[in-house]
Structures are given as C-alpha cells and as structure tokens.
Write a protein that binds this ligand. Structure first.
Ligand code: HEM
Length: 506
C-alpha cells in the first residue's frame, strides 16, 4: 500500500513537472512568435512591397525564378520595393535607373554586405567577397586587384598563358572526335586554370580529381546558397540543429572545401622567399607579415583561405557558365555561329591563334558575347549588398544594415533600354554599319564600388576561349536532341547539362 502511495505521488509530481515544462515551452514559443512578428514590421518610411506571410514573410515566392518574380512585383510596387525574408527586411532594386541611382550615385552607402547568418557562418564576414565594407575589404580588394595585374593581365606573357590553356582545352575536345559530350567539366577545368595561374602560379591537369572535386562541391554550394533552405537558415538560424535539410549539405561542403584549401595553400607557400612573391598566396603572406604589428590589420590565414576560395569560385562558376551558354546558343543558331567563324577566318586566319589585338576588328563576335551576358544573366541578382549608413532614395528611408538585392536581370530586360529584350539578338550591340556599340543598361558585372573584380579577366577569357574553339570546331547538337533553354537556378544561372558535338572544321 505504501509503494502504491509513493508511485501515485511520484506520478503526480512528474505530471506537474510535465505541465510546468509544457507551459514553459509554450511561453517560449509565444515569445519567439511575438519577436518574429515584431521583426517583420517594415521600418518607417521603408518602400512598400508584396504582403508577407506571418513568420516566413515572402520566402515562398522566391522558390522559383526569384529574379523574374521580383521584376514582376516592380510593375506593381515600383522600381524600389521591399520584401520580407522571414523577419529580414530587404530592399529590391529593379531596372537600370534605380540600380544606377543607388550603386553608382551612392556608391559607398551601398557597398556593404549584409550580416546574414549564412554569410557569417561561411566566412565570418571576412575574406573578400563577403567582407563587410571597411578597411578589411579595402585591403583585401586592393591586394587582389594588384595581384591580378602583377601576376595576370598586367604581364604581356599572360595572354600567351591563356592561349596555352585554350590549346589544352581544344585538344581535350578533339579527343571526342566529334562524338557527343557534356562540355561542363572541360570548360570548368580550363577556366579555373586561368585563376589558378594567378593564385598558385600553376595550372592543374584536367585529371586532377581532388581539385575537380573541390570545385564541384563548391559550385554545388553556389546552388544551395540560393535554395529555400538557405533563406530559412537566414531567417531561423536555429534550424542548424535539424539533422536534415539542404543547409546541412552546404555546411559539410564548406568544411570540406576549407580543409582542401588549407592544405593546398600550405603546399604552394612552401619555399617562399620573403618579398619575392611568385603568386597571390605569396603576396598575401608578405602583406600579412608586413602588417603583423598593426592591430587593425585583417590579414590572417583564415581570411586568406576565404579569399582564395572566393576568387576561385567567383572566377570559375561565372565564366564557365557564360561560355557554356555561348556554346549552346551557337549550336542553336548555326547562322550566327557561321558569322562568328567567318569573322575569325578573315581577321585571325585559320592557323594563327586568336589574340586580344584581334578583338576591335571582330564586332560580331563581341556582340555575340555581350548578348550572351545580357540574355543569360549569369548572376541575376548579383551578390546581396547592404547599406553602410542610413540613407534616403526617391523619398524612401533605408536604414543602415538593410539587405539590398540588385536585380541585374531586370536591368537586362528593362524595356526602357532594350527593344524586345526577350529575344536573343547580338545585332542590338551593332550600329547600322556593323560596328560594335556599347549599351548603357548593360551590367552583368554589376556597378559601383563593389562591382566584379574579375571583369577584365573574364572578358579576356571569354574572347580567347570562344574564338579558339570556333576557329577549330563547328558546334552542333546530337541528332534529335536539343537542350532546354530554361536555366538551372542558383546564385548563378547555368544551362542544364547538355550534350554537344564539336566537329573539326576543314
Ligand atoms: C562572366 C564572368 C563574370 C560575371 C558575370 C561576374 C559577375 C559578378 C557580379 C554580378 C558580382 C557582384 C558585384 C556586386 O556585389 O554587386 C561579382 C563580384 C565579384 N566577382 Fe565576378 N563575375 C565574373 C567573373 C569573375 C572573375 C573571372 C573573377 C575573378 C577571378 C571574379 C571575382 C569576383 C569577386 C572577387 C567579386 C566580389 C567583389 C567584392 O565584393 O568586392 N568574377 N562578379
């Protein structure tokens, strides 16, 4: 009887404990809910935007083709409107005028990156690409720009080294003997090698599986970083405790890339001679040593690893996708391809390698490459920016630290500047005499202080790879297979994998 009494008492107290615990959890959840709803209130004077759902805001609308959704919304709310990314108030800039007004005319104010949980977790807001606006970014950008000049395009011999890589590339394509192949891996390897020359002073062979694996999972992360899970993680960072979800894959990939880069940086900095840099890594270590006694300096091994990773992926993912789109459109429009080949034959000839000196005499080729960048929108939303100070644009108040999304796609499809923007038409970059003309609303590399650091290099690579390829081959799809033109979504827009035949020209 005594035992039964104790059991009853115990069960009573555990029930009470359960009730107490339950009410604690409910109170906590209620508190979180209130906090989240409060975060979802638009700041005073903020631009309007589509009505957000409680908790998740407008995240669901961004699941497919966010750049298209945003352009559509701008028709209702104007070129500058707001979105709620689950408690994170973001301003979206649409159309050339609004983007120029903010990024060029208020260049410094719009030069920051937002402190979103995902960026914080990936690079602690250090490195270069994700670095907060301030001295650390200025120092890292300056070092990278100087290295790109000193070890890259500032040297006369650098063009020859790109041409050498072009030859490796076309020789590897020749191995397929006109049979169908997916060009993605070859283009990726060839393009990444140009950045590798600057960063490591060396190229990697096309069968270096370790390097290829690193690029593959890094580029998978570029896709995952634009997934719904990434938006959810930014809104609710506590979901990191969930054992499932794409954000977990993102973290695993990032850790693997970090370890790989650490090893490779150690390998390439061996036998370094102080103040005699052979490549970007040496130059970084020199800078780190020179600033060792400056407590405000931001050079560190960790920031070097982040910067190297960012330079490799920013240079590879974008230029590779641009070239893959260019190949696809040439196979799709054989008459355009024929015109490019005719220009190559008459300006470069059949046996000499294409050179950058040929470029001014090849307006149609230039027009095709520009139209690829406009029409294919490699980085449709750029990279998220943030305001470094409170500001006012077109009467809207935008507080410091606000996330800013630059819809570059809307610049390239801005009806005010482009006639029939939905048509692929290189002629829009030519005048009535067939001369190449620059167009104002063309911003694939973005604008302002934070614009793409690799623009010059990317343009060199695109021209040399594209012309060397079409000098030697005619591209066509295997009989009966035409790829979809719908892009694969991520932070960049890339073609879905496709097969192509490269037929040797006579
Ligand atoms: C077709 C090729 C390329 C395209 C379309 C492209 C596009 C872009 C865009 C849109 C941005 C965002 C700028 C912003 O914040 O608004 C960017 C940033 C950047 N790009 Fe590129 N890019 C290309 C090639 C390259 C190459 C070859 C490199 C270097 C090897 C590179 C390195 C970077 C870096 C480091 C940033 C960050 C700059 C900063 O935060 O200061 N990009 N790029």
């Amino acid at each position: 009887m005594v035992t039964a009494g104790v059991t009853a008492l115990l069960s009573l107290s555990s029930r009470q404990a359960f009730v107490a615990f339950g009410s604690l959890v409910v109170t906590f959840l209620f508190f979180l809910l209130i906090r989240q709803l409060a975060k979802q209130r638009r700041p005073r004077g903020f631009p309007l935007g589509p009505t957000p759902l409680p908790l998740i805001g407008n995240i669901l609308s961004l699941a497919s083709e966010p750049h298209v959704y945003m352009k559509k919304q701008s028709e209702t709310y104007g070129q500058i409107f707001s979105l709620d990314l689950g408690g994170i108030s973001a301003v979206v800039l649409n159309g050339y005028d609004a983007i120029k007004e903010c990024l060029s005319h208020q260049s410094e104010i719009f030069a920051d990156r937002p402190s979103l949980p995902l960026f914080k977790k990936m690079t602690k807001m250090g490195g270069l690409l994700n670095c907060k606006y301030g001295r650390a970014w200025i120092d890292h950008r300056k070092l990278a720009v100087n290295s790109f000049r000193y070890f890259g395009y500032g040297q006369k011999s650098f063009e020859n080294r790109i041409s050498e890589e072009c030859m490796f590339f076309v020789d590897a394509i020749d191995d397929y003997k006109g049979k169908p192949f997916n060009p993605k891996h070859l283009v990726t390897n060839a393009v990444s090698n140009i950045t590798n020359l600057i960063i490591f002073g060396e190229r990697f062979t096309y069968n270096d599986t370790d390097f290829q694996h690193m690029i593959e999972i890094f580029s998978e992360n570029i896709e995952l970083a634009a997934s719904g899970w990434a938006f959810l993680y930014n809104a609710f960072p506590w979901i990191k405790i969930l054992p499932f979800g794409k954000h977990q894959k993102l973290f695993r990939n990032a850790a693997e890339v970090y370890d790989f880069l650490l090893k490779i940086i150690d390998r390439f900095s061996r036998n370094r001679v102080h103040q005699s840099p052979r490549h970007y890594i040496d130059a970084y270590f020199d800078e780190m040593e020179q600033n060792a006694s400056d407590p405000a300096a931001s050079y560190s091994k960790e920031n070097l690893i982040f910067s190297v990773g960012e330079l490799i992926i920013a240079g590879t993912e974008t230029t590779t996708n641009a070239l893959r789109w260019a190949m696809l459109y040439m196979a799709l429009y054989p008459s355009m391809q024929g015109k490019v080949q005719k220009e190559i034959d008459s300006v470069v000839g059949k046996s000499k390698l294409p050179s950058l000196d040929n470029k001014p005499k090849m307006p149609f080729t230039e027009a095709v490459l520009h139209e690829v960048l406009r029409f294919c929108n490699i980085a449709p939303l750029g990279i998220f920016r943030a305001t470094s100070e409170d500001t006012v644009v077109r009467g809207y108040s935008i507080p410091r630290g606000t996330t800013v999304i630059t819809n570059l796609y809307s610049v390239h499809f801005d009806e005010k500047y482009w006639r029939k923007p939905e048509q692929f038409s290189p002629e829009r970059f030519l005048d009535c005499h067939g001369n190449f003309i620059k167009r104002e609303a063309f911003a694939p590399f973005s604008l302002g202080r934070r614009h793409c650091l690799g623009e010059h290099l990317a343009r060199m690579e695109m021209f040399l790879f594209f012309t060397t390829l079409l000098q030697r081959f005619t591209l066509q799809f295997p009989q009966g297979s035409e790829p979809t033109l719908t892009p694969k979504l991520g932070m960049t827009l890339q073609p879905h994998p496709y097969l192509i035949c490269a037929i040797r020209r006579q």
